[in-house]
Ligand binder design. Sequence first.
Ligand SMILES: C[S@@+](CC[C@H](N)C(=O)[O-])C[C@H]1O[C@@H](n2cnc3c(N)ncnc32)[C@H](O)[C@@H]1O
Length: 375
Amino acid sequence: MVHDLQHRMLAKPDAEEASRQRYVLAMKRYLTGRIRPGNALIYEQEVEPAFTSGHAGRSPDERAELREALLANPHYQTWCSLNRSSQEMMWQAVGETVMRESERMRTEAAALCEARETLGGLRLDPAFEPPEVLQRVNIHLQPGGYARTLDEHDVLAGAFYESGGNLYSMGRGMGGRDSKAGAVIAWLAREHPTFRPRRVLDMGCSAGASSVPYAQAYPDAEVHALDIGAAMLRYAHARAEALGARVFFHQLDCAATDFPDGFFDLVVSHNLFHEISDETRRGMLAESWRLLAPGGVCLHQDVAIQNATRTLFEQVERSWDVEFNNEPFWECYADADIVAEMRAAGFPQDSARQLALPKISGPGHWYAVFGQKPA
Ligand SMILES: C[S@@+](CC[C@H](N)C(=O)[O-])C[C@H]1O[C@@H](n2cnc3c(N)ncnc32)[C@H](O)[C@@H]1O
């Protein structure tokens, strides 16, 4: 897609594939911009009045009954079906390119990662068992999922993630200054202008699109990134090398790393919260606290879908992904009081807080939590 960051590892669509990808993008934009707003209208005008008249004048007061009523409506059924199809079509369109390019990408990755002098590094652990749920569930329908690794040169999970992510972000791409990492870096520059981390950790890095911007923003820092899948990390490492960025990738669980206490000045994550369980998130926050050096900062960013600020209808409509897009943890993230969990993990009462981070590319803001270890 036109706005994507170009590099040697990226799967490059031919003219026909690019045209099919543009079609899927147009369809997704149409569904989001023109069809989805109808969901709120049909709820107000049809679904809620019908429910109320059948329930002695009361509106739905639980998500489950509101969801059941909504799912019985033909307009909502059409939206669900088209939206699901657009997601399947996205992976199909991206998959054509990724599979056609797979041999070239394997060769590129081997050349980039096995060069005599790489900038960063890759630490894989053959004994590492990815979380069982990620071996079983292909999150947001990504073919093969995050964890799949076919052999010791496999890079497909990362290639799917980056190409799918570029399309999924509606053509805004994952970019050099990926909007999520860019938003955190811009906030830190504004609010903590003298802060210069010596070591940075990016948790749940996927293809490394959120990790590379830290190496570019803090050229003197040592940037580390972790994820659970070997093929994902191999791609991320090769991609960072192709972009000339020095990042050290590790196959580790965010809730149980093997770095020493106080090793990092900055611990971040991007869009990880909504893809981990309550237990893993609490473990990750405890790990963030343990890994920070005195004066160190953690900033975890994700989509702004907090249920505390939403109507019951919005909560249900936004949790579409749980049922139809293989996002089992979307709702538990939206329900969580993460600031309270940070305080329970050790962050002082007055340092842990939530932020609305302005996006770099596009309107709106990201949700984030911030915490600092006393100097
Ligand atoms: C939505 S992606 C994150 C995207 C990436 N940070 C970015 O901004 O491009 C979530 C990632 O978290 C990883 N993940 C899920 N559970 C994890 C865990 N327990 N430990 C480490 N990584 C995990 C997944 O494998 C996946 O690559």
